[in-house]
Design a protein around this ligand. Structure first.
Ligand code: TYD
Length: 144
């Protein structure tokens, strides 16, 4: 079992969710355990994001998430304290799995973008690390 903060950006994969394509429109399913690796306790979504705005800017100690651009596009910057990577989400069937202990920033939202987040835990402010310096300290302590 990995210590939470020891997950790396390489552990955060984009996977294709199942698609049911029909002449009258498409349907995508996100379901545990078939297509996502955790039980969903909470769903939230970001929308009406003004041009140039950013979201995120934090890590979680326990929470893991699947992030989907159900409409439009945006970038997710993921950072494990050593490596930083930008993942562009622009397909409603592509889910980015963000592991615990990963810093994330979301930016470059297109007009009308909707960011759907499936979360493994209920909302808990004490699970957040909102300061990047604290995050780096957290990853160093977890590696000891
Ligand atoms: P935050 O997680 O900082 O948003 P983002 O990562 O998208 O920038 O949350 C923004 C505000 O919403 C903050 O005041 C906490 C509140 N919030 C809840 O009350 N419940 C929730 O499930 C979430 C995700 C946020």
């Amino acid at each position: 079992m990995k210590s939470n903060a020891l997950y790396k950006v390489d552990d955060c994969k984009v996977s294709a969710l199942p698609k049911h394509m029909r002449p009258n429109g498409n349907l995508t399913v996100a379901e545990h355990p078939a297509s996502i690796p955790f039980d969903i306790k909470r769903v939230y979504y970001l929308y009406d994001i003004p041009a140039g705005e950013e979201r995120g800017g934090h890590a979680h100690k326990q929470l893991q998430q699947l992030v989907i651009a159900v409409s439009g596009s945006f970038d997710v910057i993921i950072d494990d304290g050593t490596e930083r990577r930008t993942v562009t989400l622009n397909r409603p069937f592509a889910g980015l799995h963000i592991r615990p202990g990963i810093w994330r920033e979301l930016n470059n939202f297109s007009s009308g973008a909707v960011c759907l987040v499936l979360a493994s835990e209920h909302y808990d402010e004490s699970d957040y690390i909102r300061d990047y310096k604290d995050f780096i300290q957290y990853t160093k302590e977890a590696e000891r």
